[in-house]
Ligand binder design. Structure first.
Ligand code: ATP
Ligand code: MG
Length: 590
């Protein structure tokens, strides 16, 4: 394993909410963070109240909370308007008999209605279950069934993938016309309150919202009461239903302040869909808990569209993912030059390891360092991060946030010294830690099998200066001729080669070496898949990394298998290679 900690990209933004990392760590106390919430004074707690109503009532009523656009719509909503619309959604759901603890799913494209609904669910103490709009019927059914959902808010088109007749607990299918704002002419107005005949589960969102009052009583809850149920990305196996509580807000707000570095005048854009945890913890909760203007862009990804979104909205803080940055890099420097991106102050990434090559490129073309952040659906909020006020070592996911202790431990829970690869573990608990895996207590126990530690399932090492370096999923670490090789460092070296767009690396069983390294590679435009190129790429890794980490086999693919959230699915590559069944594919891209 190569431990290259020499390359450092220095601090360009000295002023940040965190200040000195070491000092912040020493002075930190979670109870100070709790004092920032109104419930600390009143004893009345609800995340949606803290995110919206509190601001609407304390001077930010007319500040823009949501700046929405897609190719057909362009709307903005103030904190006061968000308060009113989410109250309507709360009343709509209450009117259907839905209440505290009920699971209510959302299955629709990113539109303002999605955000009103999610906040409305939280306001009544129900548990939100966001689903990514690209899910097909089996994926939708499995999640609704597993969670015992009582209602789903969806669009007429997507409702075709909701097999209501197979889901006895699902009482309501509320239909949103996603192309229309809330106050559209209510399509179902002629039927009473938008409800269709007696025994039909279908209801018209717009008619119900239209009828509903803009004032609502908030359901005051406990910190430990349910907030959201997120199914994981399915990179390593069947997705797990991760259960989070209202108390997560303490860490979501805190990391919004010190990791996203949100400041009052920021215009913040998180590109993740709320179907994934980043799209709620950091696409909804963190920005609004901090009273910041939140940009939501609907529609499809294209480099032009994204750069245009930054330029038009003067985005200052941008949170995205390696897959997107790699695609933007693929689109080239010329695409960047056509736009004015000078509003950007702080750029961040999450979801997969961020290749050093991408950071170098970003630094050159955006003149900003891309800050990697590591966390998981299960952790509810960021844990190990790069901060604006800190030197950045490309390829490292940074250091644990103040208030959190991370370590590399062996399978018995012994803490390993610096530079040794092992289980990435977090000292339990932290405010946003999941409280259970829905319907699967045995799975939960696997994460906390070593007393005092949460075992992430990721493999990493810590360098002598306390920076953490991701190596791969524990199961993906390759053992070749007695050496342990993390797939990430091989992949990162591969993408430095000009011909390589993306790479996925696996260990392939080998009678002599235990495993050999096999790389699946998609090429950049203009490169031919030849044996000469294979040899050249192998040589490139041998010389740039090490002989034992160089792939023995290379296979070119037009596309690598990815989750819908853009993560390379190495288990699918492995299954292909070994001609084994691929397992749960509910989250795979087309
Ligand atoms: P599943 O648990 O269903 O297999 P998943 O682990 O991909 O899917 P998520 O919770 O969305 O589901 O992703 C968390 C994982 O993503 C982490 O365990 C880690 O492997 C990877 N990850 C997230 N951020 C980073 C990062 N900054 N660097 C490296 N890996 C990251
Ligand atoms: Mg996982």
């Amino acid at each position: 394993m190569e431990k290259n900690t020499a390359e450092i990209i220095g601090v360009e933004v000295q002023q940040s909410n965190l200040g000195s990392y070491e000092e912040a760590r020493l002075a930190f106390d979670w109870t100070d963070e709790e004092k920032r919430f109104s419930w600390h004074e009143t004893g009345q707690l609800n995340l949606a109240y803290e995110a919206i109503d509190r601001h609407a009532k304390s001077g930010l009523a007319d500040k823009i909370a949501l700046l929405y656009s897609d190719p057909e719509r362009e709307e903005s909503y103030t904190f006061e308007q968000m308060r009113q619309e989410s109250n309507r959604a709360a009343n709509m759901l209450r009117g259907l008999g839905i209440g505290k603890g009920d699971r209510v799913f959302i299955f629709m494209p990113r539109t303002p209605e999605l955000y009103f609904t999610l906040l409305g669910i939280v306001k009544i103490g129900a548990i939100a279950g966001p689903l990514f709009e690209a899910f097909m019927e089996t994926a939708v059914r499995d999640r609704l069934k597993d969670s015992g959902a009582v209602a789903i808010v969806t669009t007429p088109t997507l409702a075709e993938r909701v097999p209501a007749h197979e889901l006895p607990e699902l009482k309501h299918v509320i239909l949103v016309d996603a192309s229309k704002p809330v106050e559209k002419e209510a399509a179902g107005a002629e039927t009473d309150k938008g409800l269709l005949p007696e025994d039909s589960p279908f209801a018209d969102f717009h008619a119900l919202m239209h009828e509903a009052s803009t004032e609502a009583d908030i359901e005051w809850v406990e910190r430990e009461d349910g907030l959201i149920l997120h199914y994981t990305s399915g990179s390593t196996g069947k997705p797990k239903g991760v259960y989070h509580v209202h108390g997560a807000m303490v860490q979501q707000a805190y990391t919004g302040r010190i990791v996203l570095d949100l400041q009052p005048d920021d215009v913040y854009w998180c590109t993740a869909d709320p179907g994934w945890v980043t799209g709620t913890s950091y696409g909804i909760f963190a920005p609004w808990l901090n009273g910041v203007t939140n940009v939501i862009r609907g529609g499809r990804f294209s480099p032009q569209d994204w750069y245009e979104t930054i330029q038009r909205n003067k985005v200052t803080v941008w949170y995205s993912a390696p897959t997107a940055f790699r695609m933007l890099m693929g689109a080239g420097d010329e695409a960047v030059k056509q736009y004015d991106l000078s509003s950007l102050r702080h750029v961040l990434s999450v979801g997969e390891p961020l290749n050093p090559e991408v950071i170098r490129w970003g630094h050159r073309v955006y003149e900003r360092r891309i800050h990697d952040t590591w966390w998981m659906t299960e952790t509810g909020a960021q844990l190990i991060c790069n901060y604006p006020s800190m030197d950045l070592r490309p390829g490292s996911m940074g250091k644990p946030i103040p208030g959190v202790e991370a370590a590399i431990v062996d399978d018995q829970g012994n803490i390993l010294p610096p530079l040794r690869m092992g289980n990435l573990a977090i000292r339990t608990p932290w405010p946003s830690m999941m409280r259970k895996i829905w319907n699967n207590p045995a799975k939960y126990e696997e994460y906390v099998r070593i007393p005092g530690w949460y075992i992430s399932g990721d493999s990493a090492y810590m360098d002598e200066d306390g920076y953490f370096w991701f190596q791969g999923r524990i199961d993906d670490v390759i053992n070749t001729s007695g050496e342990r090789v993390g797939p990430f460092e091989v992949e990162s070296k591969l993408v430095e080669h000009p011909a390589v767009a993306e790479a996925g690396v696996i260990g392939k069983p080998d009678p002599v070496r235990g495993e050999v390294i096999k790389a699946f590679i998609s090429l950049r435009e203009g490169y031919e898949a030849t044996d000469e190129l294979k040899a050249e790429i192998t040589k490139f890794v041998k010389e740039g990394l090490s002989a034992h980490a160089a792939p023995r086999e290379i296979e070119f693919k037009d596309k690598l298998p990815k989750t819908r959230s853009g993560k390379i699915m190495r288990r699918v590559l492995k299954a292909w290679e070994l001609k084994l069944p691929a397992g749960d594919l509910s989250t795979i891209e087309d």
